[in-house]
Structures are given as C-alpha cells and as structure tokens.
Design a protein around this ligand. Structure first.
Ligand code: DOR
Ligand code: ZN
Length: 429
C-alpha cells in the first residue's frame, strides 16, 4: 500500500512538500511528486509530525471492559494521532506476570491500530511489598521496558532501590506515581485555599515532591533509570532541575490536564475534575508549561483514565480519580503551549513523540521526518477549531473535563507503518 501526502509542512516549517509513503516507510520527500498508483491525500497547509507516543494510558482490559477495551482505547489513540501507547498495569488481573503482559501485547497487535506496549507492575499485585518478575516480563514476547505501579506509589525505599537496580540490568525504566501515602490519607483535592473553602481533605504538593526527591537520590545512587509520572507541582520541577543538573538518570511527564486546568474548577463539585494527582494552582500550571518548554519536564503523557458513569457521576469523595485524554491531548497542548508560543510544532514533536519514544526505548517511533524512516505519522490541521463532545469519542467512557470547550488544532490523519489508521475523525481498521 502506498500513499502520497500532498502539500504538507514538515514540523510546520518551510515550504510545502509532498511525502510519498511506500512499504511502511517514507520513500520520498519533494515538490510535486508523481503519485503513481498511491492513494493521494490532499493536505495543503497541514502540519506533519511523527506519530505520538503516550507513556501513560489506562486501557482497562482485562477487567473493566465496560469502561474501555484495548480495541476502543486503540481507536481513541489513533484518532488522537498516537502510533504507540503504554498500557498501565492496574488492570484486573494486574499486569504483573508474563501471561497478562503477553495477553495485552497480542490483543494490541490483533487490533492493529496502534502499538500497545504493556507496562509491567513493579510489585506483585501493586501491593508494594514484593518485587514482581521484572526479568520474566522483560524477556517475554511483550518485551516490557517500562514498569510502574501507577495508581499506587512504590513507597518502600528498599523496593524502589532494587527496582532501579533491575532497570539498569534490563535496560528498562521505572515509572513512579509519586505520592507519599501517609501524607495523602483521605486526600480529595490539592491542599490549599480552594480545598479549605470547600471542606475537602488536602493532597499536599510535598507528598509528590518528597517521593520525587527521594527517588532522584536513589536513581543517582543506583545508576538506574527513573521516570516521574504526571508531574503536578512547582516544587517537583525544582527537584527535577536540580537532579538533572547533577546527572541523574531521570525523565518526567506532564499531563494535558495539568497544563490547562486548575483547582478553581472544584467549586462545581463535579467529579469529572477529580484526578490523582489533583489539579493544582495557576502558579503550578505556569511552572509546568515553562518546564515542558525548557525540557526539565521531558514529555506529555495523557494518563487517559476511563471511568464508568456510576464511578464518576456520584458524590465527590466516592468518585474515582481520572479523566480521558487520548483524543484531546494534541489540542490541549496546542492551546497551552503553541498558542502561547512556548513551543513551536517542532517542539510539539519533541514532547509528544521523540522524547517519549527515547524514554521507552522504541527504535521505530519518534523518528525524524526523512526519507527511509518508518512512516509512523500524525497529520495536524493547525487552523482547526472544534468543540469537545465526550459522547462522540471512540472511548467507551465519556469522562472528559474538556466537555464543551472550544480547542485549537486537530489531528486529521494518523499512519502506523504506512497504513492509515485514522482519517478525518474516522478510524480506518
Ligand atoms: O487519576 C488517576 N487515575 N490517577 C492514577 O494514578 C490512576 C488513574 C486510574 O487508574 O484511574
Ligand atoms: Zn498515577
């Protein structure tokens, strides 16, 4: 199968060019290319980027197929411009064995819309008291290279030390959900003025920062590789800057929702805004945007967290934390980083594709837009404006905090190894 993208702007820069894709690779880039028998996509003025890589996706299969499946999550990912996603381990059963990670990997391949890489649990059952079989999962068909207890913090420092030691031997990375559990017992919202006014128990910034600081010290001590999930506070940015300056093996992600939303939204008591870590203040939002632009925070990851209506449309304290992200990520990044001129489109390629691919060690993702490179691509209409409707998403769930918002820029086409997986808002299966 071959395709010709006509008139695209590579990374949004320079003169429009045609891009010919044959046998899964970019075979030619140039002006007025001959299409031959290739399918022609008229793409004048559209921005061509490497396909996005999400280091943090909850696909809910196995166990909660009423909220999302590998098939529906893959469709959402393709529509959002993603060509690879990392499926978090907090499924049921938990992805802490070869059996489960291979099941997720095979199912993802079968669906074929996006590469679904299972994340392996760090500890057995995410219980935090015994290391899972990291080596077995790494050597399995799924080739697991990212391990995380996400949803829970690996709070035992000795276990975290051992996991980081393993990460070196396995050429893997330990993705930490940084939350000191003793500081967040009963926590419902960012500790601060808004939570006090609403009478919600506070989740203090220091609960994140203390773990990030500890783990950066452990990563430096062991020579292992740490990745910090969903950075949400100014203090964490300061710790990361310090740790990176002294040569620590640490990387970090920020979610689209932490780049845009603040705890002021909690006044509505609408649990669609409940998430872990919680929405913070506008000071934090500004610090996170600056850190992403500067590279102190390496990349954007969605923390796409589908939930059933009965787990969201209820009283705040009993609602589950989490929000959808795959189909809105690019637009929220455009709104917070491109419209504000903190990043250009080349910068978007860095934070949504190149850096996450490097962190996870994916050789064929996040590659340069050049002849001979694999055709994992996202085509973006930079001038589009659209209104978010959760009900229209490919996800089974509709818990988006961006409902009704008008956002800039939209993914119009996604290609996985030369095959179109989504086009004009439709999945191509
Ligand atoms: O908000 C969140 N939701 N944070 C997490 O760490 C887990 C996730 C989920 O699984 O729903
Ligand atoms: Zn988490």
């Amino acid at each position: 199968m071959s395709a010709l993208l006509r008139g695209v702007l590579l990374y949004g820069e320079g003169e429009p060019v045609d891009v010919l894709i044959e046998d899964g690779v970019i075979s030619r880039i140039g002006a007025e290319l001959d299409a031959g028998d290739a399918e022609v996509v008229e793409a004048q003025g559209k921005v061509l980027l490497p396909g996005f890589v999400d280091l943090h996706t909850h696909l809910r299969e196995p166990g909660r197929e009423d909220t999302e499946t590998i098939a529906t999550g893959s469709a959402a990912a393709a529509l959002g411009g993603y060509t690879a996603v990392f499926a978090m381990a907090n499924t049921d059963p938990i992805a802490d064995t070869q059996l489960v990670v291979e099941h997720v990997w095979r199912k993802g391949q079968e669906v074929g819309l996006v590469d679904v890489h299972p994340v392996g649990a760090v500890t057995v059952g995410l219980k935090g008291d015994k290391l899972a079989e990291l080596g077995t999962m790494a050597r399995s068909e799924a080739g697991v290279r990212v391990f995380s207890d996400d949803g829970h913090c690996v709070h035992d420092p000795l276990l975290m030390r051992r996991a980081l030691e393993y990460s070196k031997a396995l050429d893997a990375v330990i993705a930490q959900h940084a939350e000191e559990p003793k500081l967040t017992v009963g926590a419902q919202a960012n500790e601060g003025e808004v939570a006090s006014r609403l009478g919600l128990a506070g989740w203090p910034a220091v609960a994140e920062e203390a773990i990030v600081a500890r783990d950066c010290l452990l990563a430096k001590h062991t020579g292992g590789r740490l990745h910090v999930c969903h950075v949400s506070t100014t203090g964490t940015v300061d710790v990361l800057r310090w740790a990176k300056a002294r040569g620590t093996g640490v990387s970090a992600e920020v979610t689209p929702h932490h780049l845009l939303l603040t705890d002021d939204l909690l006044a509505s008591y609408d649990p669609v805004n409940k998430v872990n870590p919680p929405l913070r203040t506008s000071v934090d939002v500004q610090a996170l945007r600056a850190a992403l632009a500067e590279g102190v925070v390496d990349c954007v990851a969605t923390d796409h967290a589908p939930h059933a209506p009965q787990d969201k449309d209820c009283e705040w304290s009993s609602a589950r934390p989490g929000m959808l992200g795959l189909q809105t990520a690019l637009s929220v990044v455009a709104q917070t980083m491109v419209v504000t001129e903190l990043l250009d489109w080349r910068g978007v390629a860095r934070v949504m594709s190149e850096r996450p691919a490097q962190i996870a060690g994916l050789p064929d993702q996040g590659r340069p837009l050049a002849e001979g490179e694999p055709a994992n691509l996202a085509l973006v209409d930079p001038d589009a404006r659209w209104t978010v409707r959760g009900a229209d998403f490919a996800s089974i769930s509709d818990n988006t905090p961006f409902e009704g918002m008008e956002l800039p820029a939209r993914v119009v086409l996604t290609m996985l190894r030369g095959r179109i997986t989504a086009h004009e808002g439709k999945v191509c299966g």
